[in-house]
Design a protein. Structure first.
Length: 212
């Protein structure tokens, strides 16, 4: 069965400042660069010899691709590809705005989404249900290409939540948008014949999280 290593990109200014960031481009902060180096070092050191990494998939957004390309440097000849299906949740009219401003200026929409974060469609954007529908085809293709291999997926908080929800369907759908995805650790999902084993590996010193 496929082993998935899921890694979130390092900190960007919007994460630090609690601003909604969906599919916009932003460069990493100094802390984000340090987190990237730390994640890469941990993944390389922890990779079991009997489970070699055979592929790295990344969101095409440069904050994620930065980590994917850093990892690829340490695995010569490994398959690396950027896949638009694992880009971040599209936040529509919320994108680029402080969460506090959205809560004050669009109170009705904000609390409707809080009441049904999985199913609510942000005007001009996506719901978590739509995001899961998008990433499920990516998961299917990776499983078919690497049925007994280890792969690394570098993406974003919302997308990694959706990936976990697809890979492990025992997680209640209403819990998917609430999963904590750190920027200083990675998540290993091992598929077995009876379920999915989930482990979080890293320093877990994450500060402010963005509020997708």
């Amino acid at each position: 069965m496929t082993i998935f290593y899921l890694a979130r990109h390092g900190e960007v200014p919007s994460n630090r400042d609690v601003i909604y960031i969906g599919q916009r481009e932003e460069d990493l902060t100094e802390r984000g660069v340090q987190q990237t180096t730390s994640i890469a070092d941990m993944l390389i050191a922890d990779m079991p010899k009997n489970e070699p990494l055979v592929a790295i998939y990344s969101s095409p957004l440069r904050r994620a691709a930065y980590l994917g390309l850093e990892l690829a440097k340490h695995f010569p000849g490994i398959e690396f590809s950027a896949d638009p299906r694992i880009t971040e949740l599209h936040l529509g009219m919320f994108d680029g705005r402080y969460e506090a401003d959205v809560r004050r200026e669009d109170e009705e929409l904000y609390f409707k989404r809080q009441a049904d974060k999985y199913g609510f469609v942000i005007p001009g954007g996506e719901s978590y249900r739509m995001l899961e529908e998008r990433v499920q085809f990516f998961v299917r293709d990776v499983r078919q290409a690497h049925p007994r291999d280890s792969v690394c997926v570098v993406s974003h908080q919302g997308t990694i939540r959706a990936l976990i929800g697809v890979i492990d369907p025992t997680i209640p759908k209403e819990h998917v948008p609430c999963l904590i995805i750190p920027q200083d650790a990675y998540i290993k999902l091992t598929e077995t014949g009876t379920g999915v084993i989930r482990r979080v590996i890293g320093d877990l010193q994450t500060g402010l999280e963005d509020s997708l």
